[in-house]
Design a binder for this molecule. Sequence first.
Ligand code: AQP
Length: 333
Amino acid sequence: MTKKIFSGVQPTGNLHLGNYLGAIKNFVSLNNDDQNKCIFCVVDLHAITVKQDSKVLRNNIRETVATFVASGIDPSKSIIFNQSSVAAHSETAWILSCVARMGWLNRMTQFKEKAGKDKEKASVGLYSYPILMAADILLYDATHVPVGDDQKQHLELCRDIGQKFNNDFGIEDFFVIPEPLIQKEFSRIMSLKDGLKKMSKSDVSDLSRINLTDTKDQIINKIKKAKTDPLPMPSSLEELNERPEASNLIGIFSSLNNSSLEEIIKKFSGKNFSDFKNELSQLLVDKIDPISQEIKKLLNESSYLDQILSDGSQKAQEIASQKIKKIHKIVGF
Ligand code: AQP
């Protein structure tokens, strides 16, 4: 069956191991399957829900494209474009914001986490962000959306909004209701400094994450300094539940070399963390350093990156303009 894949990444800089293992690695294998039609979007409209420097944003848009390509997404097989270049995203988001219910949005935990204690001062965009995300997906009739576990709730909201639009206007199959593609194990990579906090671009501590542009030495240093507990390496799966930092590092190891948690536990059981950390650093260097080198190379080829975006925008525009025309008709414009 042909899967129509849509997913996005915010160009907010510092793309990290969590973005890679939670999302981009999955994008690459979906892109490699010729049966799939993939659209990968640099979601710059989402990025401005928190204040951005315009020059930095422009560079981050290119860096996100460079990261996609350096990670193995082939732009001749997939559509890569930036969200703001197709106006139908914003327009559909408005229409869907008249369909979505306040109560639904009030339940979104990511807004609560990101707005923190000062939610009165958060932008309205940060609050309504999941509606724009629903528009992004529904505009392209996406059947599957590969995301990290942190986006699961937003995807459920997207399904509810699409379903309500179909019901309200009495057109059963107008919006395709998409399925999430979330990896079963270790779909949420945690901070290297706190095993209970998500690895995040906006964490003030650079030591909390492995950036996809980190050098070998930076990777080794960050793993050396990664938080662990005073006990030796765990000897059973059950222990992982009470040991978040150990669990996170073992999860990263498992995701990177596609081995099971049991195998890793068996290999390192009772040993010092330093033995394990040495192997983990080596594994990370082997996987991430080639991507990091390629990103840096591509960043010097800005006209190539801009061409990928402009070709992608044209293709995305063709699909989205058909859908928005139908939306206008259904709504009564
Ligand atoms: N820690 C993570 N573990 C697994 N997956 C993750 N993703 C992000 N962080 C992790 C997945 O990466 C994709 C792109 O994310 P995004 O850039 O659109 O935004 P985000 O989820 O808000 O990323 P950050 O790092 O947490 O950014 P800030 O700090 O700006 O809020 C998504 O599929 C996401 O699930």
